[in-house]
Design a protein around this ligand. Structure first.
Ligand code: NDP
Length: 324
C-alpha cells in the first residue's frame, strides 16, 4: 500500500483525502514509478470541482509528476528501471507511487532536478505549444498574456522575450507586476486597478496585439477581443475566473474578422513524437538558462488541500509542487 490523495465527491479543497491505495504491478505498456515531486496545476481545480468530470469516482487526481521507474510491463521500450522520468497529462499523480502508460514518460537529464521537472512539464509544454504552434511568435510579434506572474505566465514571460516578441502581461497585484517584469515581460498591467483594454490600446498606439492568450475566461471576456488587431488571434485556453458565457460567433466579425481557438496541451502532445519534440524543446530552454522554472510554493502532498486553496485564492506566483 502507498499513500495518495483521492477524490470521492467533487467539491472544495476538503474533497482531497489522504488515503492508502494499492498500486500493483505494471501491465503491458505500463511503468510503475516512485514519485519524488508532483506538479500542481489549475486544471487540478477544474477536475476537483467536477468542471472536468472523470469517468468514475473515487479517483486519484493530478496530471504531472517526476520520479524513478521501479518496474516495467511487457512491451515497454520507452524507459527502463532506474530511469529518472517526468510527465504531464496522465491523471493520477497525487500519489507516492503510481502506474502510468510508459509512452507518456520523458527521460530527464541530470542538469534538471526532480523538483524542476515536476514543476515544468505541464506549464512549460503549454508555454511551448502556445508560443510555437498555436501562433508562430517571433521578432515583431505583440502578444497579450493574462495572469503573467502565474505558473504558465512566468515561463511565457521568459520564452516570449527569448523569441524576440513584445509581451503585454496582466497581473492581479503590484507584487506580481514586479515579478512579471523581472522575468522579462515588457509591459505589465494590473487589471484589478487599470482597464486592460484601454492600456493595451495605448501601449500599442491603437494598433492592437497580434495574439491574445486568455486563460482567465469569464472576467476578461470579451475584453481580450478588443485588444486584438484586425485578423488577430484569440487563444482561449483556460477559465481561472469561471467559464465563458455562450456567445454569438458574429462577435469575431464585429471586432475585426478575428480568429479564435480553444486549444488543449493534450491534443498537441497526443502523439509520442510530438510529446518528445515539445518536451525536448522545453528541456533545452531550461538547461540553457533561457527559461528558469520558479518554484515559489512547496507543500507536503498530504496537504494538497491547502495548496489548492492558495492557488484558487490567487495567493501563488510561478509554479507549485507537492512533495510525497
Ligand atoms: P496560475 O499559476 O496562472 O494561477 C491562476 C492565476 O489566474 C491566478 O494566480 C490569478 O493571477 C489568475 N486569476 C484571474 N482571475 C482569477 C480568479 N477569479 N480566480 C483564480 N485565479 C484568477 O495557474 P496555471 O499556470 O496552472 O494555469 C494558468 C491557466 O492556464 C489556467 O486557467 C489553466 O487552466 C490554463 N492552462 C491551460 C492549458 C491548456 O492547454 N489549455 C494547459 C495549462 C494551463 P492574477 O492574480 O495575476 O490575476
Amino acid at each position: 500500500m502507498v499513500h495518495a490523495i483521492r477524490i470521492h465527491d467533487y467539491g472544495g479543497p476538503e474533497a482531497l483525502k489522504w488515503e492508502e491505495v494499492e498500486v500493483g504491478a505494471p501491465g503491458p505498456g505500463e511503468a510503475r514509478i516512485r514519485q519524488t515531486a508532483v506538479g500542481l496545476n489549475y486544471i487540478d481545480i477544474y477536475i476537483r470541482t467536477g468542471l472536468y468530470p472523470q469517468p468514475s469516482l473515487p479517483f486519484v487526481p493530478g496530471m504531472e509528476g517526476a520520479g524513478v521507474v521501479t518496474a516495467i510491463g511487457a512491451g515497454v521500450d520507452e524507459v527502463a528501471v532506474g530511469d529518472r522520468v517526468a510527465y504531464a497529462g496522465a491523471i493520477g499523480s497525487y500519489a507516492e507511487e503510481r502506474l502510468i502508460p510508459a509512452d507518456r514518460l520523458v527521460k530527464i537529464p541530470d542538469a534538471i532536478s526532480d523538483e524542476t521537472a515536476a514543476a515544468m512539464m505541464l506549464q512549460g509544454m503549454t508555454a511551448r505549444y502556445l508560443l510555437r504552434k498555436t501562433y508562430d511568435v517571433g521578432p515583431g510579434t505583440w502578444l497579450l498574456f493574462h495572469a503573467a506572474a502565474g505558473g504558465v505566465g512566468l515561463i511565457v514571460c521568459q520564452w516570449a522575450r527569448a523569441l524576440g516578441a513584445t509581451m503585454i502581461g496582466t497581473v492581479g497585484s503590484p507584487e506580481k507586476a514586479e515579478i512579471a517584469r523581472d522575468h522579462g515581460c515588457h509591459h505589465v498591467i494590473n487589471y484589478r486597478e487599470e482597464d486592460f483594454v484601454a492600456r493595451t490600446r495605448e501601449i500599442t498606439e491603437g494598433r492592437g496585439v497580434d495574439v491574445a492568450y486568455d486563460s482567465v475566461g469569464k472576467d476578461t471576456f470579451p475584453g481580450s477581443l478588443d485588444c486584438l488587431r484586425p485578423l488577430g488571434l484569440w487563444v482561449s485556453f483556460g477559465q481561472s475566473s469561471g467559464p465563458l458565457p455562450p456567445f454569438d460567433l458574429g462577435i469575431l466579425a464585429q471586432k475585426g474578422s478575428l480568429f479564435a481557438t480553444r486549444p488543449s496541451l493534450f491534443t498537441y502532445i497526443a502523439k509520442r513524437e510530438d510529446l518528445l519534440e515539445t518536451a525536448n524543446d522545453l528541456i533545452d530552454m531550461v538547461v540553457s538558462d533561457k527559461v528558469k522554472i520558479e518554484i515559489n510554493q512547496r507543500y507536503p502532498l498530504a496537504e494538497a488541500a491547502r495548496a489548492h486553496a492558495d492557488l484558487e485564492a490567487r495567493r501563488t506566483t510561478g509554479s507549485t509542487i507537492l512533495l510525497p
